[in-house]
Write a protein that binds this ligand. Structure first.
Ligand code: AP5
Ligand code: MG
Length: 220
């Protein structure tokens, strides 16, 4: 399977990717996660990305596209299947991505458009907690950790992302709305778009997606 996950901040892209990764052995590529790792390591790229992420804006297209190209050229596991999460985010990124993937003969098969409503998105983002060590995602109501503030998987500390505050969430959503339509049209025109109701809980969401992919005979 070679998939792109599209959806608003908080739609559940990372959560869905993490369960599909375990089920199907796909490589999960999240530009947000890669950039946060660069920030954590205080690299020049991290220092550059920090100002965009903390304000809720987008990191420039050429910077993120180079990151993605580097990942595909250097990680042979991607040949076995991948899920892109948070990329592409502009029409330019979608076009450049197609060129990269066609060149290496790993074109996208399906673009999954995760549609979630605003109240659901807000609750998910405000309540999200992330493990500082392994990146596992939690939610104070929807998926609480057994011990408050501690990761169930590795016992790392859970934290709230610096961009999960009301003001930055508003900017992130505005940026998303401004950019998403041409991306949707881009994949619709290629007959690759699958729409998924992302207000559903994780189990239902996954079940629906697997059923649709099966019907499409994309699972073998
Ligand atoms: P990024 O990290 O990609 O953030 P995002 O797109 O805003 O999406 P999120 O990670 O916030 O949401 P998600 O859909 O993954 O939801 P999650 O599964 O965590 O990007 C961050 C920043 O990096 C950007 O703002 C930008 O600055 C920069 N950047 C990244 N990519 C870029 C690019 N391509 N170009 C330019 N800049 C880029 O779920 C959220 C919560 O809800 C969790 O707590 C989870 O437990 C819960 N939850 C999830 N699904 C469900 C469900 N079905 N039912 C109940 N609860 C659920
Ligand atoms: Mg995410």
């Amino acid at each position: 399977m070679r998939l792109v996950l599209l959806g608003a901040p908080g739609a559940g892209k990372g959560t869905l990717a993490s369960s599909l990764k375990n089920k199907f052995g796909l490589t999960h590529i999240s530009t947000g996660d890669i950039l946060r790792e660069e920030i954590k390591n205080n690299t020049p790229l991290g220092q550059e990305a920090k100002k965009y992420i903390e304000s809720g804006g987008l990191v420039p297209d050429d910077v993120v596209t180079k990151l993605i190209e580097h990942k595909f050229l250097n990680d042979k596991q991607t040949e076995l299947g991948y899920m892109l999460d948070g990329f592409p985010r502009t029409k330019q990124q979608a076009e450049d991505l197609d060129k990269i993937l066609v060149n290496i003969k790993l074109p996208i098969e399906q673009a999954i458009y995760m549609e979630a409503t605003l109240p659901v998105i807000i609750v998910r983002l405000i309540g999200r907690r992330v493990c500082r060590d392994c990146g596992e995602l939690f939610h104070i109501k929807n998926k609480p950790s057994i011990k408050e503030g501690v990761c169930d998987i590795c016992e790392g500390e859970l934290y709230q992302r610096s961009d999960d505050n009301e003001e930055t969430i508003k900017t992130r959503l505005d940026v998303y709305v401004k950019n998403v339509t041409p991306i949707i049209s881009f994949y619709e025109a290629q007959n690759k778009l699958i729409k998924l109701n992302a207000d559903n809980d994780s189990a239902k969401l996954q079940e629906n997606l697997i059923r649709i992919l099966n019907e499409d005979k994309k699972l073998d």
